[in-house]
Design a protein around this ligand. Structure first.
Ligand code: F6R
Length: 624
């Protein structure tokens, strides 16, 4: 995800901006840039594709002098990772400079309006429209004012036109060196010393300079000024008083957002990853844009005969959830296969097959090889659900629907899984709408449900954490675990078992609960706890519950991920994660997996294991 830094002080800004950006490298990026504001108010912009080290080298050849400025690391979402798309961006006059983290959802519409008014664009980004909107607004006033009230009025007018999320840091050459920071749904934090003020998207960027920080909230603005002032306002103009807090973190802790491990942080990043992945791709008005990202259009989707999903590990399990939802909501025969199996057997693909790769890294050797095989077949269209921008797989598939969760550092995949589910819901619902399986009303109601899911995820995180910790203490010495689920919760059972084994080294099996009596029930005794997913909304709730009774009758301790208000579940379960109610059983995987992720995390943590880098595993499996 993009990183931001802003500075006004007395020291040369360029090295400071670079140092701040370096501290944000862990977020992942593909280009970087800074703008230094000279004492005469001139903007000196230097941008470079690739690593910050390259930007630093460029700055040696093209130094920019001044004691204030802004900097940015870009994780591409709109437009390729190239020089022109790198931030900072400017308007037609070059009098405005800005950096942005987030997504401007209505940028195409705004861009068309601005082009019609004669604006000239230099990039493919969504961000650049905001620079031109500032230009428009500044032109409206005869003589641009630099009072805080005037700057806020301009920002207010601009943002009233913008839909989406942002942390924006903007300066104009008529603002007497002031820099404004604006926030909606993307983090922004201000920092202060005796004679300097800073802005950043994240605390690590500030730690080399100060530990005194003020968190900016949604709908607020902060104006950095020479003389170490940084007053905070509501966008409406009303002053806000908020004391600075001292961050007790070292640099590594800061990168982990205060969590002990990256995995724990990334489990907590899940709701934001889910939201970011939906942004600008949901509801009727965005269906065409969504299909374009996948390299498809309406007529191609109507002509599809089947879908082949390929992936490995966690990505494969996300694909298994996809199989249920594509068949149900899009009426499309869907087959999911482990990429390493697909490679070495004959699979018949008919005309109108969509081959869909799922991968966090976009580099997994087996998935790549399987996609290459499919790409060579006639009648097959390829697309990817991928997290890593510019990865090899994105260049192999016809289109890429990016999961927008930023870099995942913990080896065990967590936030990528929920973002993969988000893309699968988005695509299945859109396909269903285009193919006439879903009515407009049904489609809209499913989209509403998706939008509300992230708040249920946040609630689940809060509720599940203490129980996951407690259960980890009780069960850390279990000899093995059986994970059970049915229907869409079956892949979640597989994923839950994978999480436990890969980081805690406890053997765990995931099973479709209906299969239990066909073999695994022989394993069950007091030493073999069962972790089961039994949401009340499930069409097979009663069947799963009776499978649990069978296990309990044989001495197994039962941990159930169930629904709030389900008193009956306590008759068959010893411990219950009470999930927030979900709109439909189809959304239960997104909530259920959180319980499994937290439980696995706490077991591994209690055992003192290397949670983020479990033995024998690599984050990106680039060999067969
Ligand atoms: C498990 C895990 C792995 C990956 C698998 C595929 O927590 O991380 O099972 O899911 O190696 O990796 P990607 O998604 O990068 O293709």
């Amino acid at each position: 995800m993009c990183g931001i830094i802003g500075y006004i002080g007395q020291r040369e800004a360029a090295p400071l901006l670079i140092e701040g950006l370096r501290r944000l490298e862990y977020r992942g990026y593909d280009s970087a840039g800074i703008c230094v504001i000279s004492d005469a108010g001139k903007f000196g912009i230097v941008r470079e594709v690739g690593k910050i080290a390259r930007l630093s080298e460029k700055l040696i050849k093209h130094p920019v002098k001044g004691t204030s400025g802004v900097g940015h690391t870009r994780w591409s979402t709109h437009g390729a990772p190239n020089h022109d798309n790198a931030h900072p961006h400017t308007d037609c006059t070059g009098g405005i400079v800005l950096v942005h983290n987030g997504i401007i959802e209505n940028y195409l519409e705004l861009k068309a309006q601005l082009l019609a008014k004669g604006h000239r664009f230099q990039s493919d980004t969504d961000t650049e429209v905001v620079a031109h909107l500032f230009e428009e607004q500044l032109f409206k006033v005869k003589k641009a004012q630099s009072s805080d009230a005037a700057i806020l009025a301009v920002a207010r007018a601009v943002l009233s036109k913008v839909k989406g999320s942002y942390a924006l840091v903007v300066s104009a050459n008529v603002w007497d060196g002031k820099i404004i920071g604006l926030r909606k749904e993307c983090p922004l934090v201000a920092g202060k010393t005796q004679d300097e003020v800073f802005l950043a998207s994240d605390i690590p960027a500030l730690l080399p300079f100060t530990k005194e920080v003020v968190f900016i909230e949604d709908g607020e603005a902060v104006i950095l000024k020479p003389g170490a002032h940084a007053p905070l306002y509501k966008l409406t103009g009303q002053a806000v008083r908020r004391d600075a807090v001292t961050v007790p973190w070292d640099n590594l802790m800061a990168a982990k957002g205060g969590h002990k491990h990256f995995m724990h942080k990334e489990i907590y990043d899940g709701p934001a990853s889910f939201e970011d992945t939906l942004r600008g791709r949901i509801y009727d008005e965005n269906i065409d844009a969504l299909l374009r990202e996948l390299g498809l259009n309406r007529s191609k989707v109507k002509g599809l005969g089947s879908i082949n999903i390929l992936g490995c590990g966690t990505a494969y399990y996300a694909g298994l959830v996809g199989e249920y939802i594509f068949e149900h909501f899009a009426g499309l025969r869907t087959h999911v296969e482990i990429a390493s199996e697909f490679r070495y057997r004959e699979r018949i693909t008919g005309p109108g097959t969509l081959a869909l790769a799922i991968s966090q890294s976009g580099e997994t050797a087996d998935t790549l090889a399987a996609m290459k095989l499919l790409k060579a077949r006639s009648g097959v269209t390829t697309a990817g659900i991928i997290n890593q921008i510019g990865s090899t797989m994105t260049r192999t598939t016809g289109g890429t629907l990016y999961t927008r969760c930023g870099p995942e550092i913990g080896v065990a995949s967590t936030k990528a899984f929920v973002a993969q589910l988000a893309t699968l819901y988005l695509s299945a619902f859109a396909f269903g709408r285009v193919r006439g399986v879903l009515s407009a009303v049904e489609y809209k109601s499913l989209c509403d449900g998706l939008v509300h899911l992230s708040s249920s995820m946040r609630m689940a995180l809060q509720r599940f954490e203490p129980l996951a910790k407690d259960l980890a203490a009780r069960f850390q010495n279990a000899k093995g675990f059986l994970y059970l689920g049915r229907h869409v919760m079956y892949p979640v059972a597989l994923e839950g078992a994978l999480k436990l084994k890969e980081i805690s080294y406890i053997h765990a099996e995931g099973y479709a609960s209906g299969e239990m009596k066909h073999g695994p029930i022989a394993l069950i005794d007091e030493q073999m706890p069962v972790f089961a997913f039994v949401p009340k909304s499930s069409s097979v709730y009663a069947k799963t519950a009776s499978n649990l009774e069978e296990a309990r009758a044989r001495g197994a301790k039962i941990i159930a991920v169930a629904s709030e208000g389900d008193k009956g579940i306590y008759k068959v379960a010893d411990h219950v994660f009470e999930s927030p109610k979900s709109m439909t059983e189809w959304f239960d995987p997104v909530i259920g997996v959180i319980a499994a992720q937290l439980f696995a995390y706490h077991v591994a943590n209690l055992k003192g294991l290397d949670v983020d880098q479990p033995r024998n595993l690599a984050k990106s499996v680039t060999v067969e």
